[in-house]
Design a protein around this ligand. Structure first.
Ligand SMILES: Nc1ncnc2c1ncn2[C@@H]1O[C@H](COP(=O)(O)OP(=O)(O)OP(=O)(O)O)[C@@H](O)[C@H]1O
Ligand SMILES: [Mg+2]
Length: 257
């Protein structure tokens, strides 16, 4: 791979679901590049195909048109080079401890010995601030703590890209903000590449380095923009994104008149 080559290249990707009655087009000819160390956001209204795009990058769904490559190789199946973190709090195995939940994936996918896997697991459990809970089971943890474990499990695999689908959406506002700050801190330390799905404009601006705006169903690329940390610029960007994403509604309103 050339240094300038994108880590993940999505080229003209159309994704469809076939049901007995319908053919649903979730995204239409979507293209974007994610580079090493990007915090790349997929932002758009509910139903625009964000999760579907994540699933396809994860290798769980094949495009009907276009292609996706990771490090220049076509994505055809799931692999440990792409780890997913979901919104739900029940992604952990309830009968395993925090440490075991993280170590399990390392042992099965990376063929690490138990000792090696547990050592690495503890390192990442510590990174998300849960050392004291390493031997606890998931039912003893809060929603935010469970999400931290899921993030630790994803990061411990040291994937090429971490796929996060609204990982903080089910948390209360305060915990959500704390988790966003923690994620940014983790990124400062390790500079991992993340493809992050959200429908919160504020979250996109805070978490992202680049933001892809998708139109409503079927999702098409509306714009790709750089984020900012400057509060004044962020407020302007938020307004711009809002106008761009919801321009169609104004159009529809006009059409109804
Ligand atoms: N398993 C499925 N079978 C059929 N249609 C589906 C399936 N999953 C999603 N869809 C449809 O594909 C479109 C995109 O869905 P997707 O879940 O990717 O949207 P999203 O942007 O993640 O939305 P949200 O913000 O609500 O999570 C929607 O119209 C949805 O109804
Ligand atoms: Mg979704």
């Amino acid at each position: 791979m050339q240094p300038q080559e994108p880590l993940l290249a999505v080229k003209g990707v159309t994704l469809q679901y076939k049901t007995p009655q319908h053919l649903i087009t979730a995204t239409y000819r979507v293209s974007f590049d994610v580079h090493q160390g990007d915090r790349f956001i997929l932002l758009g209204p509910s139903g625009c195909g964000k999760s579907t795009l994540q699933k396809a990058v994860g290798g769980y769904m094949a495009p009907t048109e276009g292609e996706m490559t990771l490090k220049g190789r076509r994505i055809t199946e799931p692999g440990p080079d792409r780890m997913m973190v979901f919104q739900e709090f029940d992604q952990l195995l309830p009968w395993k401890t925090v440490k075991q939940n993280v170590a399990f994936a390392l042992q099965s996918a990376k063929r690490m010995s138990q000792r090696e896997a547990e050592e690495k697991a503890l390192h990442y459990v510590d990174k998300v601030g849960l050392s004291k809970f390493a031997d606890s089971h998931p039912h003893m943890l809060s929603g935010g703590m469970k999400q931290r474990v899921a993030i630790a499990r994803g990061m411990a695999m040291e994937p090429d890209i971490l796929l996060m689908d609204e990982p903080f959406a089910a948390l209360d506002a305060l915990t959500r903000r704390k988790m966003q700050d923690e994620l940014l801190k983790l990124w400062e330390e390790t500079r991992f590449t993340v493809l992050f799905v959200t429908h919160s404009i504020a979250e996109a601006i805070k978490i992202g380095s680049r933001i892809l705006l998708l139109s409503p169903h079927p999702g098409r690329v509306k714009a790709e923009i750089n984020s900012t940390t400057d509060p004044k610029e962020a407020a302007e960007l938020e307004r711009y994104i809002h106008e761009t994403l919801f321009a169609h509604e104004k159009q529809e309103e006009l059409e109804h008149v």
